[in-house]
Design a protein around this ligand. Sequence first.
Ligand code: ZN
Length: 252
Amino acid sequence: MIDCHTHMPGGLGFLAATSFTARDQLAFMDRHGIDVSVVLTHTGLLFPSPAENDAMAGYVAADPARLIGFATVDPRRADAAEELERCVRERGLRGLKLHPWLQGFCVHDPFMDPVCEAAARLGVPILFHDGTPPYSLALQIAVLARRHPSVRMVLGHGGLHDAWREALVALETTPNLWTCLCGIPPYAAAHVICNGPLERIVVGTDAGLADAAGQPYAAARIAEWGRLDVTAGQREAILVDNPRRLLGLPRT
Ligand SMILES: [Zn+2]
């Protein structure tokens, strides 16, 4: 199984996690049958910097075959595209995470174009936080995806509780838009899997936002995947085949 949404520990305030290590994450993955995890920054969303991207490269170096790190940038900066390129070509990071709500930018600002063009050149996906107004809604991200049709853009939460129906419509109408079901209710996840474009649906836990080595909320989400009212083929697609295609990993 592949978990397409986890976080490198860090952050601030009530979501600060500092004692969960890469070794803990690998043990968590072993416990739950997760082969590969996509790791996103948390601190870097609050304070994006090359140093945070380098910290990500160091974190996933604990097991580069199983931990796939994504970079982040402040897209307003003139050197944002260059930093993404550095992270991918020199530090081995394999995607970009952006959180328009937390990072406080609108995806339709012109500074997004060079960043998306860099992702297109590098062939890496962009995973967005979504499900939260005013800047992180599925249809807003879908419009950006249509401007950059060769970039795989991922709704990192599938619309969360309130906007999953909108996320489903956005998916159906935007061929390069993917969704990562993470934090949406199980009945909604099953509906999206059974009615949406199955080949562009993956799942994630958001593990790494708590100190506890067991990451109980993430373990609960993995248990939910096993109980979803979907077929074995659909489950295999979202847990194994689709994430491999999204991330450019060889088929096993
Ligand atoms: Zn997250």
